[in-house]
Design a protein around this ligand. Structure first.
Ligand SMILES: *[C@@H]1O[C@H](CO)[C@@H](O)[C@H](O)[C@H]1NC(C)=O
Ligand SMILES: *[C@@H]1O[C@H](CO)[C@@H](O)[C@H](O)[C@H]1NC(C)=O
Length: 621
């Protein structure tokens, strides 16, 4: 009777689930029952939830109404739990790749990545006409080598641009922290190396921004909060930051993010809400909001983010840039805030697939994090010079899921996919990816449990008044999960691992829209309190979960815009360790769509065309 009177789901054994197009599995549309709240409403709601008994009661009602009880908490699952999404190394048969030596340094790997890139046609830049062009890592390198400009000059332009973007008329809120002196010092050192003709790699003098969840000296790591850096100090660079520095990259500061990554809008009441450079009245998406927006606005060709529930790919898609999250374990976790363990990992935001590859080359490593496998995964890079000769690619598409997006997103993604298949003679196969909503809720229970455990040691010192209202609400829901719910979630993880392994026997990648909606309006009532918008939130994470819960590599690339000019992304989800194929396919997609890319409303040109050409009278180093 009452609260717990519900028919919990009894899951059938995995081998009885039909994964074909003719499957009778039901697709559950996320039917989120929670109204949007902002301003005073969020405050009242947070207060209610923080009342011991009343709060616990409301949370259980919420979990019941949103099917958490039915599909996770009280469900009957026969598979044993699987606690981490680690994958044994499999030697995927990948076409057109080069194998990277296991003892290579980041700079060696970056050099090998460069060898995989096609020469950009000179006239692509010179006669850009109506085409919009983003400066790439190679453009910066060329400008530095030809002495057209210097890292120091670019760093100064960067500082002026950030200043301009922070003025009240724009109020972009890109960064939580940046230190002009530290940036100029790095730029001077890089300028000297270029003058001497001894740059370390193509990344030498290239500006890279880092999400404020990743340790990077000399900054504190706030995680978008007002308190976390007081409880945990940052004493050295995270491993991935160290790798970038060793290639000569200039680290330009800590980008804004959704507080502790506990949301997908990028609205942050403490440091300002990052605005979308395509339209400053829209959200940028989150939680790696600043990292996506700085790349979109031309301030850096690449930035680092962290992706625990789509946190790299969502803002990338909403801001029209590339978002790339490699296989779980491919990038080190060392020096990244441990907000959750088994779903999050650093990822890359970049203006182009080529730049995502170069950055990946710098930060990937051979010894995966907590890998139980006896043989170490090999690293391969895609030979982007020969994408055209890749044959026989099969995209798995689950129509009901693919269609569960707004009409502008659905049609744009479908057209892009058709164009890609037609152009290369590739195929789409209809499949059924079962239990999508079940997986979303199981992932939620997991990330919630991990986040609660991660914050537990700090609770004694934690003053709730220092937390944003939306995060206070999220925290009350997060802490409500019990061991039974957690274990059921891990059993669902086991099922999904099985389903995905099976699907990858019939197709190379799974293709989906990246998000179910495009960037939505940033409403003023949310600026100080944050907002609760679980309906849009569910649409943003709808296609994200396999990348986190199952640790699969994923990439999003922009394929067009809606009528309002807001970007739309298409996502590829790959087999474990198939980063090279994934980048190949995304590169092919980018090649067909990039002509239609438009310049964002807020965009800074940190290079000038003429700076790429050798100067008169100067000899090339
Ligand atoms: C989980 O951690 C990842 C990175 O570790 C982060 O991107 C994400 O926002 C975190 N989410 C929560 C809810 O803690
Ligand atoms: C998805 O939408 C398209 C266009 O409306 C339609 O042709 C197709 O049948 C739909 N697929 C499914 C599985 O609903």
């Amino acid at each position: 009777m009452g609260l717990f009177d519900l028919k919990a789901k009894v899951y059938k054994p995995v081998n009885e689930v039909n994964l074909g197009a003719d499957s009778d599995e039901t697709y559950i549309h996320a039917n989120v029952k929670a109204p949007r709240m902002a301003g005073i409403l969020v405050k009242v709601f947070a207060w209610l939830l923080e009342l011991r008994l009343v709060g616990a009661f409301i949370v259980e009602i919420l979990k019941r109404n949103n099917l958490v009880h039915k599909l996770v908490s009280f469900a009957n699952v026969s598979e044993p739990p699987l606690f981490t999404p680690t994958h044994a190394w499999e030697d995927n048969v990948e076409q057109q790749v080069c194998l990277i030596k296991s003892n290579s340094t980041p700079a060696d790997r970056v050099a090998q990545a460069i060898d995989c890139l096609p020469e950009r046609k000179e006239n692509a830049i010179n006669n850009s006409g109506s085409n919009f062009h983003r400066w790439t890592i190679k453009d910066y390198y060329r400008a530095y080598c030809s002495r057209g400009t210097t890292p120091l000059l670019v760093a100064k332009r960067f500082l002026a641009a950030v200043k301009e973007s922070s003025e009240p008329n724009l109020n972009m809120s890109f960064f939580i922290n940046y230190d002009a002196e530290d940036i100029l010092r790095q730029a001077e050192e890089s300028t000297l190396r270029h003058e001497r003709g001894t740059p370390i790699s193509v990344l030498d003098g290239v500006l890279v921004a880092v999400k404020d969840e990743i340790d990077c000296m000399p900054y504190p790591t706030t995680g978008g909060t007002k308190w976390l850096h007081k409880a945990r100090s940052c004493t050295e660079d995270a491993y991935c930051v160290r790798q970038l520095r060793s290639c000569g990259a200039i680290l330009v500061g800590k980008t804004n993010m959704h507080e502790i990554g506990a949301g997908t809008s990028g609205i942050n009441p403490h440091y300002g809400s990052t605005r979308n450079p395509y339209n400053i009245d829209k959200i940028s998406g989150g939680s790696s909001s600043g990292s996506a927006a700085v790349v979109c606005a031309g301030l850096c060709p690449v930035a680092l983010g962290v992706d625990g529930g789509g946190s790299v790919r969502i803002p990338a898609s909403l801001c029209g840039v590339v978002g790339f999250k490699p296989t779980f374990g491919r990038v080190s976790h060392s020096g990244i805030l441990p907000l959750n363990w088994t779903v999050g990992m650093a990822g890359i935001l970049a203006g182009t697939i080529e730049d995502a590859l170069i950055t990946y080359a710098a930060i990937c490593h051979h010894i995966p994090f907590r890998q139980p496998t006896p043989s170490l995964p090999e690293i391969t890079f895609p030979l982007l010079t020969s994408t055209n000769s890749i044959s026989n690619i099969k995209f798995a598409k689950y129509g009901k899921w693919f269609n569960d997006s707004t009409e502008d997103v659905r049609s744009c993604c479908e057209n892009a996919l058709d164009m890609l298949c037609k152009h290369h003679g590739w195929k789409t196969v209809e499949v059924t990816v079962p239990e999508i909503e079940e997986m979303r809720l199981a992932h939620y229970a997991t990330i919630a449990s991990e986040c609660t455990a991660a914050l537990a040691p700090h609770l004694a010192k934690l003053d709730f008044a220092e937390m944003g209202w939306d995060v206070r609400v999220a925290y009350q829901v997060y802490r409500s999960f019990h061991s039974r719910e957690y274990l059921n979630a891990q059993r669902i993880r086991n099922r999904q691992m099985h389903f995905h392994r099976e699907i990858f026997k019939t197709a190379d990648v799974i293709v989906t829209p990246t998000t179910g909606v495009t960037a939505y309006p940033l409403q003023s009532d949310a600026l100080n309190t944050g907002e609760l918008d679980y309906i849009n939130g569910a649409a943003l994470v709808r296609f994200m979960i396999a990348g986190n819960f199952l640790g699969l590599p994923t990439v999003t690339v922009m394929v067009g815009c809606n009528k309002e000019g807001m970007p739309i992304g298409l996502q590829f989800i790959g087999r474990p360790w198939s980063e090279a194929t994934l980048l190949h396919l995304a590169y092919a997609m980018q090649a067909l769509c990039s002509k239609s890319y438009k310049k964002p409303m807020v965009f800074y040109d940190l290079l000038k065309k003429e700076e790429l050409l050798p100067r008169n009278g100067m000899t090339k180093a």
